[in-house]
Design a protein around this ligand. Structure first.
Ligand SMILES: [Zn+2]
Length: 99
């Protein structure tokens, strides 16, 4: 089951695979396995595949893979696209709304 988002223990934030990749190469994230399921009260371990691959040599883009078992209260439905469940505050939206 692919995840669009995971909680990075090292960055202490929710990240998508692209951001995880950036953070890995910025040395904020040092372990591919230091992620957990973004679901509420769930600590299923998540790994980010291809995080350490150079983008030139990459056949598959970085993506999250759940290793552990989800907790019973985990709100992540199987197969459902996670982006539609929770929209995190977009860190990219830097432009300010001036009226
Ligand atoms: Zn979970």
């Amino acid at each position: 089951m692919p995840l669009d988002l995971a909680f990075s223990i090292e960055a202490n934030d929710f990240v998508d695979p692209d951001r995880a990749y950036d953070l890995y190469w910025s040395r904020v994230i040092t372990s591919k396995k230091a992620f957990i399921c973004p679901g509420a009260d769930c600590s299923a371990q998540v790994t980010c595949a291809n995080l350490d691959k150079d983008v030139q040599n990459m056949k598959v883009v970085p993506h999250f893979r759940v290793i552990g078992a989800h907790s019973e209260g985990c709100g992540i439905p199987e197969e459902a696209p996670f982006k539609e469940v929770i929209e995190p505050a977009a860190p990219e939206s830097r432009e300010r709304q001036t009226v």
